[in-house]
Write a protein that binds this ligand. Structure first.
Ligand SMILES: *Cc1c(COP(=O)(O)O)cnc(C)c1O
Length: 454
């Protein structure tokens, strides 16, 4: 068909040996985390009661461009990486577009998503510090699954607070986590102070990531030998996910292709941040230009309708304040089916890059996303996660624009995972009973009004 193969594989020894820290190349650094009590910027030591020490240091590290990937983490990466970069020949043909579409597929591991890239790093540093276990939240369940795999590998205890609606809708995810040895509690629960308080304030709530984070943090800080780990949003997570972008760049370099446009879905920003890091690095250093598009759900539009302000990272307001695009920490997104994109805020790194004009953002409706997911599944074979399908939708739209203009753009998007646990959502779509809830301006204004005044 062409000299470019369907799958552009790297060899095992081409897995990067260091993560790339895009903050080192940013002139405007992401704003520091603030102590919610005093409003003072936090130092790495201030995070030690919550996070592992090494991860706290990575969180604050705005200077080192490269951070070595520990050998034990690399060994684990080798079980499922390098992940393929796929040329979407069949999709291009179906669309009749002159564009060249590539996707980086991160769903080829049991957790079914990119989240394992950071889970294994975080579990490694927890083990190295001699901890007994870790606590976390999970929304759709991908992060909890990835973390359970990672903690099983290193022999750590794992306690997962799972957003209630997902806990009930996705019993199979829950069983995967338990199979890997994790304890799974629906959130908000009655097992923590903050959970009891949220249940009192919002009786019958479906829960949210923000609530589950508060519970997991409380569980970590109230048990000896435990720390909290988070699967997205944080600088350290974007750092670990840079492995996605580094491999993508290496594979494109191998076939002599320069991306014109890079598209990713954005929940907390970790897959997109990781995918674009090396490319944005080139933009920041003035070496190259790329068009970068973040795609978010219309039901939870942090970039496109939120404000760039300091806000709480969690509903219970126990976490530090972060300056980010946010909808307000009390924002309760409608129960749309892309559970991994329901967070109220956004990575501070991506927020700063977006504010500085290095990337664009767009929001898409759920039914359009599932239509794109099915179109993709039927020609490319992979059953995509609803989250990933946000990127598919915009990649298809952009490829169709190329059809009109006749441009043969190189479009790269992140295919973050598979949708085998999302079949209730597919069922709703197939039955024609999926809705497209979009928050009103008033809903958003109300929740933004509760951001802290500094
Ligand atoms: C968690 C998740 C996302 C969104 O999280 P980011 O931190 O924004 O990357 C996207 N896709 C899948 C499959 C996920 O599991």
């Amino acid at each position: 068909m062409s000299e470019i193969p369907y799958k552009i594989y790297l060899s095992e020894n081409e897995i990067p040996s260091a993560w790339y820290n895009v903050r080192a190349d940013m002139k405007n650094k992401p704003a520091p985390l603030l102590n919610p009590g005093t409003g003072e910027p936090l130092k790495a030591e201030d995070l030690y009661p919550i996070f592992c020490e090494e991860l706290s240091k990575q969180e604050m590290n705005n200077d080192d461009q490269w951070i070595d990937i520990p050998g034990e983490v690399l060994d684990f990466y080798k079980m499922y990486r390098p992940s393929p970069l796929v040329r979407a020949y069949c999709l291009e043909k179906a669309l009749g577009t002159p564009a060249h579409i590539y996707y980086k597929f991160e769903g080829n591991n049991t957790s079914g998503s990119h989240k394992l890239n950071s889970a294994i790093a975080q579990a490694y540093y927890a083990k190295k510090q001699g901890l007994k276990g870790v606590t976390t939240e999970t929304g759709a369940g991908q992060w909890g699954t990835a973390l359970s795999m990672a903690t099983a590998y290193f022999g750590l205890d794992c306690q997962v607070y799972m957003v209630k609606v997902s806990y009930e809708q996705k019993p199979f995810r829950r069983e995967v986590m338990r199979t890997y040895g994790a304890t799974v509690t629906p959130s908000p629960s009655m097992t923590t102070n903050v959970g009891r308080k949220i249940n009192e304030e919002f009786p019958g709530t479906d829960g949210s990531l923000g609530c589950a984070i508060s519970e997991a943090v409380e569980a970590a800080t109230s048990q000896e030998g435990y720390r909290y780990v988070l699967g997205s949003v944080l600088n350290q997570v974007l750092l670990h996910q840079s492995v996605i972008g580094l491999e993508t760049k290496a594979a494109l370099d191998k076939i002599g292709v320069k991306a014109d446009m890079i598209i990713g879905c954005a929940g907390g920003g970790s897959n997109l941040g990781g995918l674009i890091s090396p490319f944005v690095g080139e933009m920041l250093r003035g070496e190259n230009q790329y068009e970068i598009i973040a795609v978010e759900p219309a039901s939870c539009p942090s970039f496109t309708r939120g404000s760039f302000v300091y806000d709480f990272c969690d509903t219970g307001r126990v976490c530090p304040l972060a300056k980010m695009y946010t909808l307000g920490s009390n924002f309760m997104p409608a129960p749309n089916h892309a559970g991994g994109l329901r967070y109220h805020g956004m990575s501070t790194i991506l927020s700063q890059l977006y504010d500085d004009g290095y990337m664009k953002a767009t929001s898409v409706k759920q039914t359009d996303v599932f239509a794109a997911a099915e179109q993709f599944a039927r020609v490319e074979g992979i059953l995509p996660a609803p989250e990933s399908s946000h990127a598919i939708k915009v990649a298809i739209d952009e490829a169709l624009k190329c059809k009109e203009t006749g441009e043969a753009k190189n479009i790269v998007f992140g295919l973050t995972g598979t949708g085998y646990f999302d079949l209730v959502a597919y069922q709703k779509f197939n039955d024609g009973v999926m809705d497209d809830y979009i928050p009103t301006d008033d809903d958003i204004a109300k929740s933004l009004a509760q951001c802290p005044k500094l």
